[in-house]
Design a binder for this molecule. Structure first.
Ligand SMILES: [Cu+2]
Length: 514
C-alpha cells in the first residue's frame, strides 16, 4: 500500500527523478544495503593515509611561544588560556573569551604598526609644523588577480589609495593635485575639522579642476579608524578611497600585537571588460585592499597574540556580514570611535554597513589557517569563475564574433547531471596558468598552506594564519622554500587529529567536476 502511494506521488513530481530512485530503494528494502555501503565508504575515509604520515615534521618540535622578557603575560586568566581555544567563562569576567587579555607588546612601545596588506603608506615630511602629505587623484590600473588588470580610479597609482597614518595631536597638511581628467574633491571621513576643508562637493569648496592643486590643513585631535575618499559619488564607486589611521596618544588598552586593515569594495566589470561600471546596480568583482581572493594576502600572526583587524566596507551598495572562523572576536570600535569596554560585543559575524568601519579584536588562541570573509554568497566568488549551468556559451568569444551570421549554438545539456534542475551550483572551470600559480604561491604569507587553498579563497575572502612561533619565523622571516601543505599538516600534527588528516594533492587542483 505504502509503496503504491509513494510511487504515485513521486511520479506526479516528474522533475524529481532522483528522489524517486531513493524512495523506491527505501520501500524495497535496498536502503539497508545502501546504508551499509555508505558506512563502508565512511570507514574508508577515516583510514589513516599513508602519505599523511610520510611527511616529515617541520619546525622545532619543542617550540614554546616566545614571550618578551619583562612582559606581564600570564598564560591563564580566570580559566581563559591564550594558547587554547576559548572556553565559556563567566561573562562578567574581564577575561571572558579573551576580552581583556593583553597582547605581548608593552604599551610603552607605542601602538603596534598598522599593516594594510597590498597597500603602501603615504610618505610625509615635516613642513612648517605640519606633517605634509601629497595625494594625487588619478586613473589607476589595478591587478585584481595576476594578469587581470582593471581600470579604476585611485590615488598615487594605487586603488585603494595609500594609507595616511598619523598620531593624535598631529597637524596635517594634505596637498591634493588632481590628475584626473575631471573635477574632484577629497573628504576626510569622520574628522572634526574646519569646514572649508571638509571636501563636500561645492558645499564648502570649489572643485579641484584637472591639473590643479588644493591644500587641506587641520589639527587631528581625534583618534581611531578613519578614511578619505572622493566626494563625487561615482568616483567613490570607481574606487577612490584610502585609510586614514590615527593612533591614540595613549595606546589602546589592552594592547594588541598586530593591527591589520582591510578595505572591502565591490565593482561591476562586465565580461571581457576592464573598465568598472560605477552606475551598475549589480556587482561581480569583489576586492580586499584592491585584490580579489585568492590574491588577497593572508594576515599572519603568532599563536597567543592579541590581534586587531580594522575593516572598512567601502562597497557602493552592499553590506558585508563579516565572519571569522576558529575564534570569537570582540567588536571594540567603529569608525566613530573606540567603544567603551563595557559595551564590547563578542561575535562570530559582524554586519559592516556601507561606509562603516569596525574594529575586531581577538586572542589568536587557535593555530591554523582560518578563513576571514564576507558571508554573502555572491561576495564569496568573482566573475573569474565561469559560472555554471547549461546555458553557458561553449564557443570562444572570437569564434562567436567572427560568425555573427552563423553563431555557434548554445549547447543546452552536455551531461546527464544537467537533468538535475539547477545543477551545477558548485563553481567550475576556474583556470589558472602556471605563471599565475607562481605569483599566487610566490608570496611569503602563503608558504606551507594546503596545496588547494587557492580554491577556497575567492572574492571577499582572506585568511587569518595563526602560527606557532617557530612556524611563523619559518614562513615570515626566512627565505626557505616550504612545501605546500607542510605548515598546515605540522599544525594538524601538533594541535589536531593527524591520523585522520588527508593532505591536498600537490600537483593538481582539486577537481571541481566531482
Ligand atoms: Cu559582502
Amino acid at each position: 500500500m505504502r509503496y503504491e502511494k509513494e510511487t504515485k506521488l513521486l511520479q506526479s513530481a516528474g522533475r524529481r527523478e532522483f528522489i524517486t530512485k531513493g524512495a523506491i530503494a527505501a520501500a524495497t528494502g535496498v536502503t539497508a544495503a545502501m546504508l551499509a555501503s555508505a558506512a563502508t565508504a565512511q570507514e574508508a575515509m577515516k583510514m589513516p593515509h599513508a602519505h599523511g604520515h610520510s611527511q616529515k615534521p617541520i619546525g622545532s618540535r619543542n617550540a614554546k611561544p616566545s614571550i618578551p622578557a619583562g612582559t606581564d603575560v600570564r598564560e591563564e586568566y580566570d580559566g581563559y588560556s591564550r594558547f587554547k581555544p576559548g572556553r565559556g567563562n563567566d561573562p562578567d569576567s574581564d577575561y571572558y573569551l579573551g576580552k581583556l587579555v593583553p597582547g605581548f607588546r608593552k604599551t610603552e612601545d607605542g601602538p603596534a604598526p598598522f599593516v594594510a596588506p597590498d597597500l603602501e603608506k603615504l610618505p610625509w615630511e615635516m613642513v612648517n609644523g605640519a606633517k605634509e602629505f601629497h595625494l594625487v587623484p588619478m586613473a589607476v590600473e589595478r591587478e585584481f588577480h595576476p594578469g587581470v588588470k582593471m581600470n579604476v580610479y585611485g590615488y598615487n597609482g594605487s586603488m585603494p589609495g595609500p594609507t595616511i597614518e598619523v598620531n593624535q595631536g598631529d597637524r596635517v597638511r594634505i596637498v591634493v593635485t588632481n590628475e584626473l581628467p575631471e573635477d574632484t574633491f577629497v573628504h576626510w571621513h569622520g574628522f572634526e575639522l574646519p569646514v572649508q576643508y571638509d571636501g563636500a562637493a561645492t558645499l564648502n569648496q570649489e572643485p579641484i579642476k584637472p591639473g590643479r592643486t588644493f591644500v587641506y590643513e587641520f589639527d587631528v585631535h581625534e583618534e581611531g579608524t578613519f578614511f578619505y575618499h572622493s566626494h563625487v559619488a561615482m568616483q567613490e564607486a570607481f574606487g577612490q578611497v584610502g585609510w586614514f589611521i590615527v593612533h591614540p596618544k595613549k595606546v589602546f588598552d589592552p594592547p594588541v600585537d598586530r593591527d591589520f586593515g582591510l578595505i572591502f569594495q565591490n565593482f561591476f566589470v562586465g565580461p571581457n571588460q576592464t573598465v568598472s561600471d560605477s552606475w551598475s546596480m549589480d556587482w561581480n568583482w569583489h576586492t580586499i585592499n584592491g585584490r580579489s581572493g585568492p590574491y588577497t594576502t593572508p594576515l599572519v600572526c603568532k599563536h597567543g597574540e592579541r590581534v586587531r583587524v580594522r575593516l572598512l566596507n567601502f562597497a557602493p551598495m552592499q553590506h558585508h556580514p563579516i565572519h571569522m572562523h576558529g575564534h570569537t572576536f570582540w567588536v571594540t570600535g567603529h569608525e566613530g570611535a573606540r567603544v567603551p569596554k563595557s559595551a564590547w560585543i563578542p561575535r562570530n559575524n559582524e554586519l559592516v554597513g556601507v561606509a562603516q568601519a569596525s574594529d575586531f579584536e581577538f586572542v589568536a588562541n587557535n593555530p591554523g589557517d582560518w578563513i576571514f570573509h564576507c558571508h554573502m554568497v555572491h561576495h564569496m566568488m568573482n566573475h573569474m569563475t565561469k559560472q555554471v549551468g547549461p546555458r553557458i556559451r561553449q564557443a570562444s568569444v572570437d569564434r562567436y564574433l567572427a560568425n555573427l551570421d552563423n553563431r555557434p549554438s548554445v549547447e543546452a545539456a552536455q551531461r546527464a547531471g544537467f537533468n538535475t534542475p539547477g545543477y551545477p551550483q558548485k563553481m567550475m572551470g576556474m583556470s589558472m596558468s602556471e605563471e599565475d600559480m607562481k605569483i599566487y604561491w610566490g608570496r611569503r604569507e602563503v608558504q606551507g598552506m594546503r596545496a588547494n587553498y587557492l580554491m577556497a579563497v575567492k572574492g571577499l575572502m582572506t585568511v587569518m594564519r595563526v602560527l606557532p612561533d617557530d612556524l611563523y619565523e619559518l614562513v615570515m622571516e626566512t627565505d626557505q622554500p616550504i612545501e605546500k601543505g607542510a605548515v598546515f599538516s605540522e599544525i594538524v600534527r601538533r594541535f589536531g587529529d593527524p591520523d585522520h588528516y588527508e593532505p591536498a594533492p600537490k600537483h593538481e587542483m582539486m577537481s571541481m567536476d566531482g
